[in-house]
Unconditional design. Structure first.
Lengths: 384, 127, 384, 127
């Protein structure tokens, strides 16, 4: 990879430790992906915010980094471990709370917007078509490439951090128009086309595909199904975008057999003690629909509903919070199903969720079983 | 054998080969360095103080922090040899000063468990 | 109204003609609304973009102003007269096109984001709760105050322009927490609670209320009904916000009689030659819903669907444009039903729309009759 | 009578009184200065070169541009007297240099069609 003189001297430490570290990361991923040069990016979305995932090492690293580092471009961040407004309710240990607050403070000090959301594509305005960004959250990277008309690789926590610190990223893979055309088509052969089906399809496609995949035969695919598709795809592999419609090259069918196989892997229980909705977080559209579906009904068990704080004011002013509380739901901001410390295997054996991504992480990270049900089914079967 | 340098450095140690891709977040305990993914062929093994050989990394973008945590907890590999370097592994190694190289398929497949090698990720050689 | 020394000298022309003009406007509206001082605002949303409404005088004014004026805060703009991608299709006269392009260029030169949208609250990220903004588009001002947790007066085209040029606005009326509490409640006593009912309720409330009004007895009020409510309210009077639930003070019922009276005023035809959807423009949520409703159906007549350009990429990537085109719909960006030159009384006698605001302006400005129908009815009756 | 000054200036002319609020956008033709709203009590009247008296402005925020257009097309009132000044009228007058004052209810109601008055929107008086 070719560097400019300016970039070389930053790499050599002539502009300080922080930039030298950032350029070391950029050079490593540039070499890993056979990039020809660094290019400007306009927006970084960072993962590595939840103390559950980055631990003491991460917390200390960020605390040290934030002593003098400043983000050069718009920088937004993934969910953290809890809702700042409701910390006390969940009996989290004091160390968790302190370390999580430290992580929060470090990011804010460096200039991040405290968005704590995995759906930046819904709550922030989109730059113009074709703009290069660096999204580390996998569902957001796939959504950005496939739906929002932006360009990003499926970044890691550190590669997006390096972009935030430098405003740059290596020019390779999905950042290069030539590499975006898929050479594998997944042909959807299943019904019903609910969010579970699309999540499973995404999970399947993510395992099979390279960095870009075509999906054909979709039925009633709407924006919300796309969120499920992106989240499932981001969980299982390294695929960073999809297009709709058949492409030349290899074809693989996603039929009932494949769907059942994936579902068996993720659906490990026939029931659950609590319900979680989110992963990705729910936006205003989904909350609006959920409120309509819950009219006159209430949940039979605890139901956590994960949302970005950006929509809190609107949720309140529209009266949605009152409606959801009446129905026994609990809205949580800043955090999400995925990697949450709020679901603890000491107290909970199994969780009902409509998120395929959530199912994967609940099982592998929280160690609880999962019962996958569509939102329609959840309202039918888990409310009275 | 000649290799492509992704993260510079030098390390000498015993090879530990994984057949399957590695998912650092969830797949490896960030404190102990033990493989905790029951479905992985290295399940239960300690990956620290070895030359870790695996085809590529998969899974969450936060896996890069797991690599950093392993280093912090003295449970990190001495060096990593991949068949295809991915962004998560490359950035995690870069920030943790763990030498990382990519080997050609034929060379990659010649590496055997327990073999003592020197990864020279400056000159781009494995000896 | 008290001015700082800095503000006094700007008013006296010591920082140039443009700022002197802007401060003259701020002082006038400050006096008109009994403001005590000027306060900072963070975002201006401007009306006065459509050549149809501002004419040669406006075009020349903006062209002159843009020679040296620069906006000091984030500035977004209302729809213009046509979709830039489809100018030729509509047989607009050359002068219209040239003058409209000149207006566009003037705004962009001064630093506006070329958003051409009347739903800034949907396509831009929202500043934090309580932030002062200056929104001239009436539906957007009401939505910002009532739902988005922002503060603005119902600004005029020039008062918002003055805010864009100075970053300030007089502290009065709805910008002052004390004045935001409504002293009139409109009690909703009607069904069905579709967007037409909410639009008519808004139109009724706007006529009766002062600057803030409470609405009680709402049924199934969701975000999209709120858009209709805001648009209707902004059309008929000077009310700039609503709250939900009953308040102390005067109560007025919105019953079937009142609803019929308002509907009779606006629904002037039993059928229409074309359909227009928008005013406010449709967002992704409404487009998604429209696509689902149109499955297997197509429009019996021309149907114009007005959207902000910000969602064009997403509409295309989700395949919604193909679906709407298949159904005989026509998506138009940058413009809207309201004050559009694309509906011409020489060729069209009456228009079918689900927008109460659209109905008012189609009748008063375009001179065509209007048949008000909910989207549900339009799909039932105007498609096959 | 004493009045509150909103936009400074002086003008002398004949009073034209409107009973209903004025919606500049749509209600007034911006080129000719004729009232085109059929439901308005001044329907068909020319508002230019008069001292226009009306309770307050209503309607679209773009109405401010209509006031500016009237001035541009030499069809604007010489001055405006309101009962309650609104943002649209105030900003439209400010940019168009049309003197604008607010009168007390009793004084406001004493103004009669055709009466010749001097609006002194500097001293805050109507003579």
């Amino acid at each position: 990879m070719e560097l400019t003189k300016e970039e070389e001297s930053a790499l050599d430490g002539k502009h300080g430790e922080t930039l030298a570290l950032a350029y070391r990361i950029l050079v490593a991923i540039g070499e890993a992906t056979n990039a020809d040069k660094l290019i400007p990016v306009e927006w970084a979305h960072l993962s590595g915010v939840n103390y559950n995932t980055i631990g003491d090492a991460g917390e200390e690293f960020l605390s040290h980094l934030s002593k003098d580092a400043k983000f050069r471009i718009k920088t937004t961040v993934n969910p953290m471990g809890f809702d700042s407004d409701n910390v006390s309710k969940f009996h989290l240990d004091e160390e968790f709370v302190t370390k999580q607050q430290s992580i929060r403070n470090s990011y804010v000090k460096m200039g991040a917007t405290p968005s704590f959301s995995c759906i930046p594509y819904e709550i922030f305005e989109l730059p113009k078509n074709g703009t290069q960004v660096s999204f580390a959250e996998s569902n957001a990277a796939i959504y950005a490439n496939s739906i929002s008309a932006l360009k990003t690789n499926k970044e890691s926590a550190f590669s997006a951090l390096a972009s935030a610190l430098t405003g740059k990223s290596p020019h390779s893979d999905l950042r290069d128009e030539e590499n975006r055309k898929p050479n594998l088509t997944i042909r959807m052969k299943t019904e019903p086309a609910d969010e579970i089906t699309y999540g499973l399809l995404g999970y399947f496609a993510g395992k099979e595909a390279g960095s870009s995949v075509a999906i054909s035969g979709t039925k009633g695919l709407d924006r919300r199904s796309c969120k499920s598709l992106c989240a499932g795809m981001g969980t299982s592999g390294s695929c960073g975008m999809f297009t709709l419609g058949e492409e030349e090259g290899e074809k693989i069918d996603f039929d009932y057999k494949e769907m059942a196989r994936v579902k068996d892997e993720l659906n490990t229980s026939e029931s659950g003690d609590i319900i979680t909705l989110g992963s990705p977080q729910l936006g205003l559209e989904e909350i609006s629909d959920l409120v309509a579906k819950l009219k006159g009904r209430s949940f039979r068990k605890q139901c956590m509903i994960f949302c970005p704080r950006a929509i809190q004011g609107q949720i309140r002013n529209l009266g949605y919070d009152k409606e959801l509380t009446r129905a026994g739901g609990e809205i949580l901001y800043d955090c999400c199903t995925c990697l949450t410390p709020l679901v603890d295997k000491e107290n909970i054996d199994a969780v009902v969720t409509n998120s395929v991504k959530g199912a994967y992480y609940l099982k592998t990270s929280n160690g609880v079983d999962v019962n996958l049900k569509s939102l329609h089914q959840i309202v039918e079967e888990e409310t009275k | 054998m000649n290799v492509k340098v992704i993260v510079r450095g030098k390390a000498k140690g015993a090879v530990l080969c994984a057949q399957k891709p590695v998912n650092f977040l969830g797949g490896i305990d960030k404190k102990t360095g033990l493989v905790r993914d029951e479905k992985h062929d290295l399940f239960g093994k300690f990956i620290g103080n070895k030359i870790l050989v695996f085809p590529n990394g998969v899974g969450s973008s936060v896996g890069a922090y797991t690599i950093y945590s392993l280093k912090y907890n003295q449970s990190a590999p001495l060096a990593i040899v991949c068949l295809k370097a991915d962004i998560t592994t490359a950035s995690g190694c870069a920030i943790s000063d763990i030498p990382l190289v990519v080997a050609e398929k034929k060379d990659y497949e010649s590496l055997k468990n327990g073999q003592e090698i020197l990864v020279d990720a400056i000159e781009g050689k494995i000896l």
